[in-house]
Design a protein around this ligand. Structure first.
Ligand code: SF4
Ligand code: SF4
Length: 732
């Protein structure tokens, strides 16, 4: 060993020792913070499916590749990081000896070939990612981007480290070539040989370049260890467990889509008949009341801003960004952690759990952080502003986009649950809806005995469950479908088409109440449970004696469809629920309904969030429309998985939209930009929102918003009106 190698070896050992010590400390700190969360025993089930999903999503980059260029570039960088870690290890042999290398595999040409090309593609990948970050920097001319609010120096730092580590990898190899210490042939390692041709035959160069590469890598480790909230770096490790522990490993996309999680206390679902707010946790009022998976979610956020770029609230000037919400919760959790780890925290009656002695050594900043309300305005020092919390439409665009499977909607609803159930704090205008649900069983407060009024004048009998036993489908009408004028047209169109196709169906009539979706999504789990239990009982009775595959329900409202199909199982109601567009598509393809007259003027389709993103039904409504117009649909730029919300979900239908541009107007402008004369929808709430948007723009004469079923009816029975409802919705 020469003098240069003695120096490089000492330097490499010293910086590595410091980095490893800090990294161990950081991992212990992070683990301690995540363990502060509540239990989530359900996350440990089905380890085989979880492992498979984790491997598919990480190795296959299935989520990232939705953004093809970024996804491909990131894939090479990720593979480069994993494989080229071996080359960082090899650098430790090179600081000791210029001819050093990894034992055994370091002599294989295949290893040289693989690392060479992964290095080259990794270089290309990181340059692409750097260019994308620069092009989308928030300070660029033209305003906000998906990186607005991200900690930009951290992103730049990580990217430069990757770039320099890759470059120094080739410089080391170049010096080895130049000094005849390189074993791999030119055909396998062309770039290394090209670099070697440009470098002097300086033997010590190998060890010097190797120690620089180690210093860069260890500086990275030191910086991230001193910044445990640096998700842009830590996600390289945390993404794996975060994906492994996702809510539902079987789901093709975001596992936080579809049903909401039941309310839990100490990891167990809450039974409202016995629950006591002084003993049981009702939603989330403190950051440590999220489950440990919630805290892992917050720690894993890469600050990529994909969620933010798709969020309808953020895109229309509301203060909500799912990314910033996650970052606020993360920063708060880590800032409050010293207080919690010392034994601090409030019990469910609001009393401090720790003694004075326990808190004596806690940093004042952590104590101050602990005093901040989780939900509160800037003046109150709140972590999340109420306007942020209530701007969410639960559309799921954030969950769908997140490459590391963060479950934003669950966290938002958990915070809403505490605000509604314990604080009674929510936008006051939604109070009327909740009262109507409790007292009248529907959000409009319409009399229950008018639920069947839509059947009047149809020209055929609509049977009720009980009057007939051998129905194939129970037609779940929904509150909008029974009481709201436009939605009644859809209900009548569906009934007419089912009758035309010879499908045997029956309705519950006055036996139906609201599915409970708006109550659940605003956070009123108590009212949801009340309505849902009643409906489950009614439906179980209606299907008494039938196996699950014969307990078929067709629903026109995607919110009912989602609640009945995905959430009633939590309460003992197992049904086969289809959306009316699915059933209609089946009836057309089976030849039971025949579109005869093409609907002209052009049609575009708006995907309802709870049908599309939350339940992945994209094809059926498009098939029905394609058959009806006997041609191609005109798609909006944001469609299918990336469809833009109408603004009504998450009980936003019942709240005023006071901040920013109206979401429905934004969506209507997009729909009208296609030039289509018909905007087809598959949801009564979307219908209301888009109709309001069209009328607000004074375009009611040029553009029509109607349900897919009405479009089909016009084509199947051109002479039949979709059925004007005779009765206006009753006011509460
Ligand atoms: S669910 Fe939709 S509205 Fe809510 S934060 Fe996510 S993207 Fe935004
Ligand atoms: S998409 Fe996921 S990882 Fe990216 S900023 Fe949003 S929450 Fe964080």
């Amino acid at each position: 060993m020469g003098s240069v190698q003695i120096v490089t070896t000492i330097l490499a050992a010293a910086i590595t020792a410091v980095a490893v010590w800090l990294a161990v400390r950081a991992v212990m700190k992070m683990t301690a913070v995540i363990r502060l969360g509540q239990p989530a025993p359900e996350r440990f089930g089905d380890k085989g499916a979880r492992t498979k999903k984790m491997l598919v999503e990480t190795a296959g980059h299935t989520r990232m590749l939705k953004w093809s260029v970024v996804g491909a570039a990131h894939w090479f960088v990720m593979v480069g990081f994993i494989v080229l870690s071996l080359l960082v290890l090899e650098a430790y042999f090179e600081v000791v000896s210029p001819g050093g290398g990894l034992p055994i595999i370091g002599h294989w040409t295949i290893f040289g070939l693989a690392t060479e090309w992964i290095g080259i593609l990794g270089l290309a990948g990181i340059l692409v990612l750097m260019a994308i970050r620069l092009r989308n920097r928030p300070t660029r001319p033209g305003g906000r981007s998906r990186f607005t609010g991200s900690t930009m120096w951290q992103g730049y730092f990580v990217e430069w480290v990757v770039l320099l580590v890759l470059i120094f990898g080739f410089i080391i190899r170049g010096f080895k070539v130049a000094t005849d210490h390189f074993e791999y042939p030119v055909w396998a390692t062309p770039l290394s040989h090209a670099v070697g041709a440009a470098l002097p035959a300086w033997t010590a160069g190998v060890s010097v370049a190797a120690v620089i590469k180690i210093a860069i890598s260890m500086t990275w480790l030191i910086v991230i260890s001193l910044n445990v909230t640096m998700g842009v770096a830590w996600h390289r490790f945390l993404a794996f467990p975060n994906i492994f522990f996702k809510r539902d490993p079987e789901k093709p996309a975001g596992s936080g889509l579809g049903p909401l999680r039941p309310m839990t206390s100490e990891g167990k679902p809450l039974d409202f008949e016995e629950a006591d707010p002084e003993k049981d946790q009702f939603g989330v009022a403190q950051v440590e009341q999220f489950s440990w998976k919630g805290l892992l979610d917050f720690s894993t956020c890469t600050e990529c801003g994909r969620c933010q770029s798709q969020c309808p609230a953020w895109n229309t000037g509301k203060p909500l960004s799912p990314k910033l919400l996650v970052l606020s919760l993360r920063d708060h959790a880590y800032a409050k952690a010293p207080y919690l780890l010392a034994g601090g925290g409030k019990d469910l009656t609001g009393e401090e759990k720790a003694t004075q002695e326990q808190l004596a050594g806690v940093d004042v900043l952590a104590m101050a952080e602990a005093d901040r309300p989780l939900i509160g305005t800037a003046e109150e020092g709140g972590v999340i502003d109420p306007d942020v919390l209530w701007s969410c439409t639960t559309c799921g665009a954030c969950v769908e986009q997140c490459p590391v499977d963060i479950e934003h909607v669950d966290h938002i609803v958990d915070m809403r649950r505490y605000q509604v159930l314990i604080e009674s704090s929510f936008p006051s205008e939604a109070g009327v809806m909740l009262r109507n649900l409790e007292n009248k069983g529907n959000p409009w407060g319409a009399p229950q005995n008018t639920r069947e009024d839509w059947t009047k004048g149809l020209g055929f009998e609509v049977p009720r469950v009980g009057e007939v036993d051998d129905f194939e489908y129970l037609f779940w009408v929904g509150c909008a479908g029974a009481f709201e004028d436009r939605a009644k047209k859809t209900t009548r169109a569906v009934a007419t088409l089912l009758n035309e196709a010879g499908v045997s169906f029956a309705i519950l009539g006055e036996g139906e109440t609201c599915s409970g979706d708006p109550a659940r999504r605003i956070g009123n789990e108590f009212v949801f449970q009340m309505l849902a239990q009643q409906n489950v009982e009614t439906l179980n009775e209606a299907f008494d004696g039938r196996e699950k595959s014969k307990r078929k329900i067709v629903a026109t409202c995607p919110h009912c469809f989602n609640t009945l199909g995905n959430e009633y199982g939590q309460l003992g109601g197992e049904f086969e629920v289809v959306h009316h567009t699915q059933l209609l598509a089946h009836l057309v393809s089976a030849g039971k309904l025949t579109p005869v007259q093409p609907v002209d003027g052009g049609v575009t389709y708006h995907d309802p969030c709870y049908l599309g993103r939350h339940n992945r039904i994209f094809a059926a409504p498009r098939e029905v429309l394609g058959d009806s117009i006997q041609g191609e649909l005109t798609e909006m730029p944001r469609n299918s998985e990336r469809s833009f919300c109408c603004g009504a979900g998450g009980a936003r239908m019942w709240m005023e939209e006071k901040i920013g541009k109206r979401i429905n107007v934004d969506r209507v402008e997009e729909a009208m930009s296609t030039g289509a004369k018909t905007i087809a929808v598959g949801c009564p709430f979307c219908s209301t929102m888009l109709n309001d948007g069209v009328n607000g723009k004074g375009a009611g004469e040029q553009v029509e918003v109607i349900d897919v079923a009405s479009v089909l009816l016009r084509s199947v029975k051109p002479e039949a009106p979709a059925g004007e409802p005779e009765v206006a919705p009753a006011a509460s």
